[in-house]
Design a protein around this ligand. Structure first.
Ligand code: UT7
Length: 349
């Protein structure tokens, strides 16, 4: 049976380092609070007017292609996951296609936030298993700092997020030692607004009551971005952190065990768990619940914050570079986030 494998990996992290102390200067927060609740010490911010989600994704993708020894003409499909796209439409996939001078290949945009990379990986894996494509470029990138509220009002969200990009090249597995064993995807929209970027949007106020958004009483138009939204600065992401935390610590372990069970493995067989870097406390909770040793879990949220769709490839890249993920190791990638969406991928590296 045809399987897929990771043939190349690349990342891009913007140069600018923003510490917790830097954030203390613009909002009422503290290094102590941020480290204690999230484990984050610093994050990277992209350069406004010079960089974007797609430009960062393109650098990571170019590096992944170099790692795989591929040229632009070799790529036959693009998958781009982000929650902070350059444009509302078209998606970042076509911008990446243009920037890298790829052929007229398909470009799919994935909107599954923190689980975007796992969802994209699952799609790539299925396309390769079916024989449809041979060199798929999978990219996760975020420019969070462009759309965060840097006043005290936004502190519960803003201190968590950072910018960056990661990319993989997926190919058919020739060597039976290295392959993607399985992917498992889930969602439950019951708490869709618990972690959401609602405005501007085409919801017409239906989910949360039109009054809050001040939709003009006119026959056509005006519902995407209203004057009232602008006056109220009602265009930032919002998060019920505790609701996300409570579900995350249940769903992460469930979906990791689902991946192991489906392939006949135990927790003790796992060489490395790479969880989406949402919060160090969440990772530590998962580790404890599953009884994993420190050397079986990789975390780098301390240095980059939560880079959403980019966090898994960035962590995977660093784990490989540091020699913590080696050929034939059993590696589990897992995510949970906005939607809620969650998923896992089990890989024989
Ligand atoms: O990829 C998925 C992304 N999201 C997540 O994974 C989020 C999961 N949730 C979390 O990580 C945590 O809920 C947070 C780190 C967001 C918040 O931690 P918490 O322990 O749940 O704090 P809280 O929201 O209950 O807030 C506790 C207090 C509040 O003050 P009062 O009401 O007790 O006076 C907040 O106003 O902390 C305050 N607070 C802050 N204080 C200083 C909230 N944000 C900050 C801040 N600095 N940045």
């Amino acid at each position: 049976m045809l399987r897929s494998k990771v043939a190349g990996i690349g990342i891009y992290l913007p140069e600018k380092v923003v510490t917790n102390h830097d954030l203390e200067r613009v909002m009422d927060t503290s290094d102590e609070w941020i480290q204690e609740r999230t484990g984050i010490r610093e994050r990277r911010y992209a350069k406004k007017h010079e960089e974007s989600t797609s430009t960062m994704g393109a650098i990571a993708a170019r590096r992944a292609m170099d790692d795989a020894g591929l040229e632009p003409a070799d790529i036959d499909f693009v998958i781009f996951a982000t929650l902070s796209p350059d444009y509302f439409f078209p998606g970042c996939g076509v911008l990446l296609q243009r920037a890298l001078k790829l052929g007229d290949v398909g470009a799919l945009d994935v909107r599954n936030q923190c689980s975007g990379f796992i969802y994209g990986l699952s799609v790539a894996d299925q396309f390769i298993r079916s024989g449809m494509y041979k060199n798929i470029l999978l990219v996760g990138a975020e420019f969070h700092s462009a759309g965060l509220d840097f006043t005290t009002r936004g502190r519960n969200v803003t201190v968590i997020f950072g910018d960056g990009a990661g990319a993989l090249v997926l190919q058919p597995a020739g060597d039976q030692d290295s392959m993607i064993l399985s992917t498992h995807l889930h969602s439950n929209g019951a708490q869709a607004e618990a972690l959401a970027y609602i405005n501007p949007g085409c919801h017409g106020g239906v989910h949360l009551g039109t009054e809050r958004f001040g939709y003009p009483n006119q026959e056509f138009g005006g519902a995407f971005l209203t004057q009232k939204m602008i006056e109220n600065e009602d265009y930032y992401p919002n998060m019920d952190g505790q609701a996300v935390f409570k579900s995350a610590v249940v769903k992460f372990p469930e979906v990791i065990l689902e991946a192991l069970d489906a392939n006949g493995f135990q927790v003790s067989d796992l060489d490395m768990l790479i969880p989406h870097q949402a919060n160090l406390r969440i990772s530590q909770f998962i580790q404890k619940k599953l009884g994993l040793r420190d050397d079986q879990v990789y975390n780098n949220i301390m240095r980059y914050g939560n880079t959403t769709a980019a966090s898994i490839p960035i962590a995977l890249y660093e784990a490989v570079q540091e020699g913590k993920v080696k050929k034939s190791n059993l590696v589990c990638l897992a995510s949970f986030g906005s939607g809620f969406t969650w998923g896992s991928a089990l890989i024989k590296w």
